[in-house]
Design a protein around this ligand. Structure first.
Ligand code: 13P
Length: 253
């Protein structure tokens, strides 16, 4: 931890869980458990309806609030959509973009990821851009090719200055919600590949400054092994971020 070149980020993605009341109860329990945790950036991404309550409950702490998705337009006739400006208004500093569940169930493409990422940066939000292969793609030995397509398609049009402000999350689809975590070695190999892609598209210096989070069945009992890998700079946690104690244990790896 002490010798890290990059500051760790531990982020929780609540997905479609928790009401406002449940969000407030979480922060009441979580805040004291991470009050002394200065070694990493902490992010919680509640559903839209609980964002403002979460931001209010996190006020005065170092915990950043994030949205789980956004539209690229500032406003307009887009029923059901939320803009970056609205996320900021609700108290967000971060936004998750291109999560595999958005790609799988809601038609997210590399092109929409690119538009959303650009819009998030322009509005001042820090995007957490997700990439990751499915089980079929991994078994067909296509992992690197898929990561390249998603990385270049989603981030290729960013300027160097924009790229330096993003966070990347590697989330192999087969490890999400399955209890089947990638081994630290498998995750580190993918992170290394992503860093090479970043160096090819931007500069070596920018690639080594990029913070890459691992996501997929991260729990208190496997975070230490993951964080021991030099190329793993943090975690994007689903299920285990819903419980204050378990998420705090991950933050305090
Ligand atoms: P789980 O931690 O529940 O596997 O979810 C990972 C994830 O998708 C975080 O964005």
């Amino acid at each position: 931890m002490e010798n890290r070149a990059r500051r760790p980020v531990i982020a929780g993605n609540w997905k479609m869980f928790k009401t406002r009341l449940e969000a407030r109860a979480f922060f009441e329990a979580f805040r004291p458990l991470v009050a002394e945790s200065k070694h990493c950036d902490i992010v919680v991404a509640p559903p839209f309806t609980a964002l403002a309550a979460a931001a209010e409950a996190a006020r005065g702490s170092a915990i950043g609030i994030g949205g789980q998705d956004m539209h690229w337009e500032r406003e307009g006739a887009f029923t059901g959509a939320i803009s970056a400006r609205m996320l900021i208004d609700a108290g967000c500093r971060y936004v998750i973009i291109g999560h595999s569940e958005r790609r799988q169930y809601f038609g997210e493409t590399d092109e929409t990821v690119a538009r959303k990422t650009k819009a998030a940066l322009e509005s001042g939000l820090t995007p957490i851009v997700c990439v990751g292969e499915t089980l079929a793609e991994r078994e067909a030995d296509r992992t690197n090719e898929i990561l390249k397509r998603q990385f270049e398609g989603g981030l290729g049009a960013l300027t160097a200055a924009e790229f330096s402000r993003i966070l990347l999350a590697y989330e192999p689809v087969w490890a999400i919600g399955t209890g089947r975590t990638a081994t630290p070695e498998i995750a580190a190999e993918a992170h290394g590949h992503i860093r090479k892609l970043a160096a090819a598209l931007f500069t070596l210096e920018q690639a080594s400054a990029l913070r890459i989070l691992y996501g997929g069945s991260v729990r208190p009992d496997n975070i230490k092994g993951l964080m021991a890998q030099a190329d793993i700079d943090g975690a994007l946690v689903g299920g285990a971020s819903l419980d204050a104690k378990s998420f705090a244990a991950i933050v305090n790896f």
